[in-house]
Design a protein around this ligand. Sequence first.
Ligand SMILES: Cc1cc2nc3c(=O)[nH]c(=O)nc-3n(C[C@H](O)[C@H](O)[C@H](O)COP(=O)(O)O)c2cc1C
Length: 184
Amino acid sequence: MAEKTIGIIVGSLRKGSFNKKIANFLMGSAPEGYTLERIEIGDLALYNQDFDEGENPTSYAPFREKIKSLDGVIFITPEYNRSVPGVLKNAIDVGSRPYGQNAWQGKPTLVISSSISNLSGFGANHHLRQSLVFLDMPVLQQPEVYLANVQNLFDDSGNLTNEDTADFLRQVLDAYAKFVERYF
Ligand SMILES: Cc1cc2nc3c(=O)[nH]c(=O)nc-3n(C[C@H](O)[C@H](O)[C@H](O)COP(=O)(O)O)c2cc1C
């Protein structure tokens, strides 16, 4: 079976982001036959529908082509004000247009949310899922992944040291890999 490439999109630009640390753990725990790769979204200009009829920001075309080339997508996001951070919504909007050229369509998807409280990003997780319905992205339904008190999961070097969470995330990746196989 050909190697599959899964894009990881993190909804935080913060240097010390806990969600980026989760992404690093996942990249180092990829199931056999899978490559997990971070896709940067911080350099995407704010989407403006006028771009669809004229000149695009230079960052758009490579991003859209990259998304189209992927075999699946993993979103890892914090919650901002009970929803997804604007930078993540912007990336989703950029990838979804021009109308009729939705780069996200059909990509098997995993959603992970986290927070530094007990809330675990539930609001962001489910607001994101609402957009994914319209984008026609099949989403792994179980297990759901909500990581609470995420700041307590790492050592000083940013490695995930909470073994329960590490085991859970490995199980999630296995379930996601099986889910992806259904689409090939
Ligand atoms: C603008 C803003 C809004 C936030 N809103 C929420 C929220 O609604 N719920 C929540 O649990 N945490 C909220 N937080 C706290 C985040 O969980 C916390 O900053 C987290 O570390 C962000 O993820 P990161 O470490 O990957 O950057 C908010 C943080 C910011 C900066």
